[in-house]
Design a protein around this ligand. Structure first.
Ligand code: F6R
Length: 576
């Protein structure tokens, strides 16, 4: 979603610095972008619709600059709505992440202002302009920021005023400290090549940044805040495709090594602490969004019998009916790739206020969910660049499978076979046939149901085919009405206690003309097509997931779409 990058320096830099930072944020998803820099005469800006391609030729070298990638929420994808936004006199420039929930009422006080677009952001620049008549820039930003409702991060600069003011509530912001230069970004990845010293801003902090100094204040009381500087090495970025055609392919292939590493790791990790805590907690909730919710769901199913306690799983965005059951004896385990998903963060903040112990299982060190959690398990995946979650999802599963005592050796060998050309071609033949269909159904039971949900999500988000997952048990209660002659149905049938039941479901679908594609370690005469996996017990879920990811990627390729940047999607979902 939206990204912020900026710098202020005592020497001139060209806009490459901000440009490269924005490129490092591309993976988060965006639909327009812009940069502003100050010159002796004026603030100069350039805005673009679509992808970051060429360097902005009209932005001169400067001592101070801000850049932004926008993922449209309020107002269409137009240059007027693209950031940076300005006041009426083009003196104040502003970039913003988040949503100003009360922007319509705030706009009522700005009757004489020239507002060009439809965003919630632009009014912030005009409010600052209003306060600027009586106050300095820092105080004007503070007064404005305190009026904004919602989860927001802003960065503001002014013509011929050697400072950048930033403030945040909910949406992340980090300041990087350099030599006679300071940097800021909404994601450490954007500036991790420029410095190794960082200040992570907390909610309702306001910072005044000059080339030599950073001062931080509480935005409500204006009291100075003592902050800590964290030293973090820049090994976070692994941006090479290493010969793969896209990040989806690269990250699917990386899973073999990642799961192998997890299998070899010593298990004395936060994850064990999480399981120990689960045994002592009154209620245990696993949560996340999208693929991370599917991982939470799968892990809840495998952990529950292990600790002989119910483990409940819910999407973080749908947790509110259970709010009242969160107590200081509850454990909330939140799964996330980015560590910045707003629905998960909101739930964690709520839970912490109720005294709940919060554990996070995330792939992004130093993210908000890392900092908020009482215990944090970092996934050993390295950055995930493709918008689709792949290696994070299987790592979330692999870690929990290991933690309940599963040996992953068989599934690692199986994944190695699946990633070989022969197996890939087999999936490709199938994908060629499926690609012409508008609907595909994925049916599973028990522990495989979250894997069916994940398969459907992968197919729909990257191939735009309507893919829907159903529980085999629920099939006859409605979904079977959708089956027509030829309808492709993937049946996930590991060799577990549900095998016979799921084969019965397949038989019922076949009786109505459905096309049965079985993914199983046991072939069956009901399968029209068969994708074999080895029987590795609970860990079979890993091999099945990898097949699903490959199928989704191939459908995308056949249909000619970009697998790394599916339409309408963002990597980091930082707004509600
Ligand atoms: C699917 C996908 C999304 C994310 C979801 C949560 O491929 O990537 O469904 O899983 O937006 O994101 P994180 O895991 O960053 O909290």
């Amino acid at each position: 979603m939206c990204g912020i990058v900026g710098f202020i320096s005592s020497t001139e830099h060209d806009s490459n610095l901000v440009f490269n930072g924005l490129k490092n944020l591309e993976y988060r998803g965006y639909d327009s972008w812009g940069i502003v820099a100050d010159t002796d005469q004026q603030l100069v800006d350039q805005k673009f619709l679509g992808k970051i391609t060429s360097f902005p030729d009209q932005i001169p070298p400067s001592f101070i600059s801000l850049g932004h990638t926008r993922w449209a929420t309020h107002g269409g994808i137009t240059l007027d709505n693209c950031h940076p936004h300005f006041d009426c006199h083009h003196q104040v420039a502003l970039v913003h992440n988040g949503i100003v929930e009360n922007y319509q009422s705030l706009q009522k006080d700005l009757k004489n202002h020239r507002i060009l677009g439809q965003t919630d952001t632009e009014i912030i620049a005009h409010l600052i302009e209003k306060y600027r008549q009586k106050h300095n820039l820092l105080e004007s930003v503070r007064l404005t920021f305190n009026q904004l409702h919602g989860l927001n991060a802003i960065a503001v600069m002014e013509h011929q005023n050697n400072q950048i003011i930033v403030a945040k509530n909910g949406s992340p912001l980090v300041i990087g400290l350099g030599k006679n230069a300071n940097y800021l970004a909404s994601d450490i990845n954007a500036i991790s090549n420029l410095t190794d010293q960082f200040i992570f801003l907390e909610d309702n902090w306001l910072a005044q940044i000059t080339p030599q100094n950073v001062q931080i204040f509480d935005s409500a009381t204006f009291k100075k805040i003592k902050y800590t500087i964290q030293k973090i090495s820049s090994s976070l970025t692994d941006t090479d495709l290493n010969g793969y055609p896209n990040y989806l392919a690269k990250e699917i292939h990386q899973q073999f090594q990642i799961i192998k590493n997890i299998n070899q790791q010593n298990l004395n990790q936060p994850i064990n602490q999480i399981l120990k805590l689960a045994q002592k907690s009154d209620q245990i909730f696993f949560t996340g969004c999208g693929s991370s919710y599917h991982a939470a769901y799968f892990n809840s199913l495998i952990v529950s019998p292990k600790i002989n306690r119910p483990v409940y799983s819910f999407p973080a965005s749908e947790f509110s009916p259970y709010d009242n059951f969160l107590t200081d004896k509850s454990l909330l385990v939140v799964f996330s790739q980015s560590g910045e998903t707003i629905d998960a963060i909101n739930l964690v903040n709520f839970a912490k206020n109720r005294g709940v112990t919060v554990a996070s299982v995330i792939n992004s060190p130093y993210s908000t969910l890392h900092r908020l959690a009482d215990i944090c398990q970092i996934l050993p995946c390295g950055p995930e660049k493709c918008v689709l979650s792949t290696k994070t999802f299987t790592a979330q599963l692999a870690l929990f499978l290991r933690s309940i005592g599963q040996d992953l050796t068989d599934s690692i060998f199986d994944i190695q076979q699946i990633l070989k050309t022969r197996y890939l071609s087999k999936i490709n033949l199938l994908a060629q046939k499926i690609a012409s269909y508008q609907h595909i159904f994925i049916i599973a039971r028990g522990n495989s149901l979250p894997i069916a949900h994940e398969t459907a999500l992968k197919i729909k988000e990257v191939s735009y085919i309507h893919a829907e997952s159903f529980s085999g048990g629920e099939l006859k209660h409605g979904p079977i009405a959708l089956i027509e002659p030829g309808t492709p149905c993937i049946i996930i049938a590991p060799n577990d206690s549900h095998y016979d039941d799921i084969i019965s479901s397949a038989t019922e679908i076949k009786a109505r003309g459905g096309w049965i594609i079985g993914i199983s370690s046991k072939n069956n005469s009901v399968f029209d097509n068969y994708l074999s996996v080895s029987d590795s017990g609970l860990s079979t879920a890993l091999s099945i997931t990898v097949i699903a990811q490959i199928l989704a990627g191939q459908l995308c390729q056949i249909k000619g779409y970009d697998p790394d940047k599916p339409r309408n999607l963002a990597k980091s979902v930082t707004v509600k």
